[in-house]
Design a protein around this ligand. Structure first.
Ligand code: HEC
Ligand code: HEC
Ligand code: HEC
Length: 449
């Protein structure tokens, strides 16, 4: 009896350690180097090239190509500068870097020798071809909802693309994270495999939306908050997630911080073109739009919008009064630095410069996305309908931490917006995180703080 409870205690301890450790390997997005501008997105032509009728199983391959777009496989499995699907993109985790694998049909370094069973096992169970667990940086917790026919179609497509021989670098994970068996502990606690099961009480369209959003689209991997063990917080689906240097906003019906005031048409337009009359897709969402949602058909985008619009509102929080001094100073900075594009009344310019009035993204409780954008600047997503990306300049060198805090507080509390004031400490922290706290001189005279 004693021995048994000791064994159980030990097992729980090991599981807990494994869980904490593996939580640390959840990715917060592609690796970013300080002072290197964000990846310049180009439209992934290859993903849109028509599949020739001469291809064996052309229909299946065509479907697979479409599903690979839905799964956004290209964003993670393409190295900086290409070629498409050759893997080796470094994904940042708090403790080290995990590299994605080569999905081209190269026999040695890619999926050339993979059987449909093994491919399905990777997506459905998070088990790699050699039978060892895959780190949850690969979103198998969502891909497990994908059905077998869709998995087979994706593999059939990937086998038709040109093979690229490219071994991936070894993951840079410290002990004990480098032991893959730890992932088993995490899976035991948090991962439930299983294909999507339709809800008969809902419409066919709603169910299609749920399948796409919770399966291949893996929208919750960014938009659902995680607990400290890296698992979804219960009852908070799509309440908004922290991506370290950015925020994936609330997608629920909340009228202030969520999509309460967006119509299904607004959501479809945003996902298809990267812009609408309310917002522009920036940050990690620009990759998602360019490589995935802009290449989906209108029917599926509409299904996604119908499902998203049905998410119950996150609780509304009360906001403390903000300092009148910060508002006064913020107003002046805004009129100098921002109003030329976003206009004095915050209305923006239709589908070019996003409006800041009643803008959900900038009212998130966590201002990280806003601060990242003001400090580093931004570039909207190029899409087939709107191929030219628009840029917002970086203000890291033009404005001090105090000025950025003030202008942020001002726009968060003007024109019908309401959100907590932003502190100078939050700005300083983000500046440091982005490596923008040191001026790197290009003339060789050295760095200065
Ligand atoms: C958020 C980033 C991300 C996305 C999106 C993503 N992957 Fe992955 N994938 C990874 C990483 C990282 C690994 C390697 C994990 C490891 O080393 O354990 C991986 C591993 C894999 C493997 C295992 C291969 C092997 O040889 O071990 C397969 C198969 C795979 N991904 C297929 C896909 C497909 C198909 C899609 C799109 C439907 C996709 N991935 C989307 C990050 C991603
Ligand atoms: C890799 C992380 C990631 C994934 C995956 C992702 N998103 Fe996003 N999403 C973001 C970020 C970050 C933003 C904020 C963009 C910005 O600040 O301009 C965002 C913004 C949005 C917005 C606009 C919200 C607003 O208030 O402006 C919508 C709508 C949205 N995402 C829907 C989706 C849907 C639907 C999916 C799945 C198909 C998805 N996202 C998948 C990171 C992600
Ligand atoms: C030269 C024009 C320009 C100036 C000046 C400018 N912006 Fe922007 N801004 C843009 C563009 C273009 C985008 C969309 C790009 C993106 O989302 O990455 C944008 C996006 C934004 C967003 C995100 C809105 C959303 O829904 O995604 C906020 C917030 C913002 N700007 C605030 C500011 C503030 C504050 C200033 C002044 C400190 C400023 N901008 C100055 C062009 C500008």
């Amino acid at each position: 009896m004693k021995l048994r409870s000791l064994t159980i205690t030990l097992a729980v301890l090991i599981l807990a350690t494994a869980a904490v450790a593996i939580a640390a390997t959840l990715t917060s997005g592609p690796m970013r180097h300080p002072n290197v501008p964000p990846r310049h997105l180009a439209l992934p032509l290859f993903l849109t090239q028509p599949v020739s009728d001469q291809t064996p199983n052309a229909d299946q391959v065509r479907r697979g190509q479409y599903l690979v777009r839905v799964g956004d496989c290209a964003s993670c499995h393409t190295p900086e500068g290409g070629p498409l699907f050759a893997g080796s993109l470094g994904l940042n985790t708090p403790f080290g870097v995990i590299y994605s694998t080569n999905l081209t049909p190269d026999r040695e370094t890619g999926i050339g020798n993979l059987t449909p069973d093994k491919f399905y096992a990777a997506l459905h169970n998070g088990i790699g071809p050699k039978g060892v667990p895959i780190y949850p940086a690969m979103p198998y917790t969502a891909f497990t909802r994908v059905n077998r026919a869709d998995s087979d179609a994706m593999m059939a497509y990937l086998k038709t693309i040109p093979a690229v021989h490219r071994p991936r670098p070894a993951n840079q994970l410290p002990f004990p994270l480098n032991f893959r068996f730890m992932v088993r502990g995490w899976n035991l606690l948090f991962f439930r495999s299983g294909e999507y099961v339709s809800d008969p009480a809902k419409s066919v369209e709603w169910n299609r939306g749920a399948y796409l959003v919770n399966g291949l689209g893996h929208c919750g991997s960014c938009h659902t908050p995680k607990n400290f063990l890296g698992s979804d917080k219960g009852g908070k689906a799509f309440h908004g997630g922290d991506l370290d240097e950015w925020v994936a906003p609330d997608l629920t019906a909340n009228a202030r911080t969520g999509l309460g005031s967006w119509s299904t048409g607004d959501i479809v337009e945003y996902l298809k073109t990267g812009r609408n009359q309310r917002a522009n897709a920036g940050g990690a969402m620009a990759d998602v739009v360019t490589n995935s949602t802009s290449l989906m058909n209108d029917q599926d985008l509409h299904a996604i919008a119908v499902y998203i619009k049905d998410q119950p509102s996150s609780p509304s929080s009360t906001v403390r009064d903000v300092d009148a001094g910060a508002m006064r100073r913020g107003k002046e900075i805004y009129s100098d630095a921002c109003s030329s594009c976003h206009m004095l009344e915050g209305g923006g310019q239709r589908k070019t410069f996003p409006p800041l009035a009643r803008n959900a993204m900038l009212q998130q409780a966590d201002p990280s996305g806003l601060l990242h954008l003001i400090l580093a600047g931004g570039r909207s997503a190029p899409t087939p309908t709107r191929p030219t990306a628009l840029s917002m300049p970086s203000f890291a060198w033009k404005l001090t931490d105090q000025q950025i805090a003030d202008v942020s507080t001002y726009i968060r509390n003007n024109w019908g917006n309401s959100a907590e004031a932003v502190s100078t400490k939050a700005v300083a922290d983000m500046r440091r995180q982005l490596g923008l706290d040191v001026i790197r001189r290009t003339d060789g005279s050295g760095d200065s703080p």
